[in-house]
Design a protein around this ligand. Structure first.
Ligand SMILES: [Zn+2]
Ligand SMILES: [Zn+2]
Length: 244
């Protein structure tokens, strides 16, 4: 009996004293498997993150569209203006739309890399000119004082196909103290257009709000390719104007 007990404790002692160690090869294999799993998972995690940002931005732009449609009903179909000919920040389109909905719009697209945005609850002239006004830009051809169109297309009813005419696009992260684009300055050139639109913000696409209030995620080429489609000129959208 005593002997048996001794034998038993010997076994336990043996197990505690000499745990099985990992060999170097085993460790390397484990590390390799972890690295492989990370390599497999990382792209899908990045993709999921991009997808989430895109969805947040799209839904924000749809909110803008709802605000726009409500605003138009109450304002005889006149679109809110950009800052191009207006000095009072309260009358800039982004502030009008965000106030109008009674629900805060996001001024910043989650995929916009810039971190420096103005605080619209404070006076604009007290803030840095290096700050961004928002992640978005209005098509100035639809302004009430647009010199090219004499403000004609500020009235949505005057736009022949508002469902093809872009009202808001996403602006490049480098743009500060600015809230609109001038498509008449792009002169058929897609590279000039790409310099004025954050065309790659959501994996080679970005969000657009159209004058009829609907929002779409599109490649910029779909909106601006000579001679096929141009969604930027209110007089001819989705075609190109004949005077250029
Ligand atoms: Zn301007
Ligand atoms: Zn966006």
């Amino acid at each position: 009996m005593l002997n048996e007990h001794k034998k038993h404790t010997d076994v336990i002692h043996y197990k505690i004293a000499r745990p099985k160690a990992f060999t170097l090869i085993e460790l390397l294999v484990v590390i390799a498997i972890i690295a492989l799993l990370l390599a497999i998972l990382m792209p899908s995690l990045t993709k999921a993150k991009q997808q989430a940002r895109r969805l947040i931005c799209s839904s924000n732009m749809r909110q803008m569209g709802i605000a726009l449609k409500t605003y138009l009903m109450d304002n005889r179909d006149r679109l809110p203006d950009s800052s191009c000919h207006i000095a009072d920040p309260d009358k800039y389109w982004i502030n009008i739309l965000s106030r109008y909905l009674g629900e805060d719009l996001l001024f910043q697209c989650p995929a916009d890399e810039s971190k420096n945005f103005v605080d619209w609850s404070r006076p604009l002239d007290e803030q840095s000119e290096d700050a961004r006004w928002s992640s978005f830009a209005l098509n100035a051809l639809l302004d009430s004082q647009c010199s090219r169109c004499n403000g004609r297309y500020n009235d949505v009813k005057a736009i022949r196909k508002p469902q093809y005419c872009i009202y808001v696009s996403e602006s490049p992260s480098s743009w500060t103290s600015y809230d609109h684009v001038h498509p008449e300055m792009w002169f058929y050139n897609i590279d000039l257009a790409k310099g004025n639109v954050a065309w790659d913000r959501h994996s080679k696409r970005s969000n657009y709000l159209f004058a009829d209030g609907h929002a779409e995620l599109l490649e910029i080429e779909k909106t601006y390719t000579w001679p096929t489609s141009c969604f930027w000129f209110p007089d001819t959208a989705p075609g190109w104007p004949s005077d250029e």
